[in-house]
Design a binder for this molecule. Structure first.
Ligand SMILES: Nc1ncnc2c1ncn2[C@@H]1O[C@H](COP(=O)(O)OP(=O)(O)OP(=O)(O)O)[C@@H](O)[C@H]1O
Ligand SMILES: [Mg+2]
Length: 369
């Protein structure tokens, strides 16, 4: 078994391992992971940097839910937005002396995932020569972080729902009911609603998880957080090397604020690591920043898009959807009526009429672009 003790947990000292990192041979002989001598972290969210209203609201929600240890939490956000950081914060705010167990549902084949989560009894299936506790038992009264829950196979989704509802489960091939004592935090890097509408995710499990959802906005939606996060990473690099913290000049800061950061904070971390090496002196300039100009991959869509039309759960009229499609296309073409009409597959006069009827003016487009 691999017991990870990185900087996130070392402050609180909570034992931890990742289910998806364990070598197969070691999975059958996990030592006890509980260290009851450690108390809860007094400032579990202090290392989350950001002053934007979006991040402050996410931290406030996380602080509130941390006080209800049995509430299941859903953390939604693009890659690198800090889902694991928040999961650990919620864990540390409460039962930090208990294990934090993280498992990536996408990294383990469906047939192994069930016994990994619930454990199994001897003889439950070919090759089950020993009985083995699952991660739900290993988390004890700590936290199980089910990352990429949107990738959980459908049959396991119904089992997970039952566990969350009844707070009991059985090992594979087992007859005894075991109480679920840990908190479950689910992570998803795509909105679960999309998986629900595509029939890939059970709506009842979605509603169960959605009871306490914390949405983590991408960095491009909270540009005021970019430079403080970059500075925090520069500080961490400096501490690691025992060197003075390097400083970003104003042009470098401006460039960072303009970038779209498809990899979010993780990408900032990598760019700062590299810049600290490249900068000989103490000042980091634009020349030291290597920004990948990839196309933006928005949350929940594998294709590149310029905008999205959100359909709320109460639905939306076709007229409204059409109005939004026109608005997006006009913004995309920088107000070029002919180009927008071509993309929408209608004539220029028809587009002009629809804009008039829908009250879409150039002034309103400018205001929203
Ligand atoms: N607001 C923040 N302040 C400081 N560090 C942050 C912040 N957000 C993310 N990070 C850091 O960025 C990195 C990526 O964060 P994390 O692993 O939590 O993202 P994630 O949402 O779980 O990504 P993925 O979906 O790819 O697993 C980590 O090193 C984390 O500590
Ligand atoms: Mg993660």
């Amino acid at each position: 078994m691999s017991v990870a003790t990185n900087h996130h947990t070392s402050t609180a000292g909570a034992p931890e391992f990742r289910g998806d990192m364990m070598p197969a041979a070691a999975r059958h002989s996990r030592p006890a992971l509980v260290d009851a001598s450690i108390v809860a972290d007094a400032e579990p969210f202090s290392h989350i940097v950001g002053a934007s209203p979006a991040i402050r609201e996410a931290i406030a929600l996380a602080q509130q839910v941390a006080e209800s240890p049995l509430t299941t939490v859903l953390l939604e956000g693009e890659t690198g937005t800090g889902k694991e950081l928040f999961a650990r914060g919620i864990h540390r705010a409460g039962t930090s002396s208990e294990p934090f167990v993280a498992i990536n549902c996408a990294a383990i084949p469906g047939n192994l995932l069930e016994s990994e989560l619930f454990g199994h009894e001897r003889g439950a299936f070919t090759g089950a020569t020993d009985s083995k506790p699952g991660l739900l038992e290993h988390a004890h009264t700590g936290t199980l972080f089910l990352d990429e829950v949107n990738q959980l196979p459908l049959d396991l989704q119904s089992k997970l729902l039952r566990v969350l509802e009844d707070r009991t489960f059985r090992r594979v091939g087992g007859a005894h009911e075991i109480r679920l004592c840990c908190r479950v935090i689910a992570g998803s890097n795509a909105p679960l609603e999309i998986a629900v509408s595509a029939g890939r995710f059970r709506s009842d499990l979605f509603f169960r998880l959605n009871v306490f959802r914390i949405e983590l906005s991408p960095l491009r939606m909270r540009p005021m957080d970019i430079v403080p996060i970059a500075e925090q990473f520069l500080h961490e690099v400096a501490v690691r090397r025992g060197a003075p913290t390097k400083v970003l000049d104003e042009n470098a800061k401006a460039l960072l604020r303009q970038h779209s950061w498809p990899g979010n904070a993780r990408e900032v971390r990598n760019v700062m690591e590299r810049a600290s090496i490249l900068a000989g002196g103490e000042i980091i300039t634009q020349a030291h920043l290597k920004l990948q100009h990839r196309e933006l991959i928005p949350f929940g869509d594998a294709e590149n898009v310029a905008g999205m039309i959100a359909i709320p759960t109460r639905g939306k009229s076709l007229e409204e959807i059409e109005r939004e499609a026109i608005r997006h296309t006009m913004i995309l073409t920088a107000g070029n009526l002919s180009a927008a009409a071509r993309i929408l597959g209608i004539s220029r006069p028809t587009l002009a009429r629809k804009m008039r009827d829908g009250g879409i003016t150039r002034r309103s487009l400018l205001a929203s672009s």
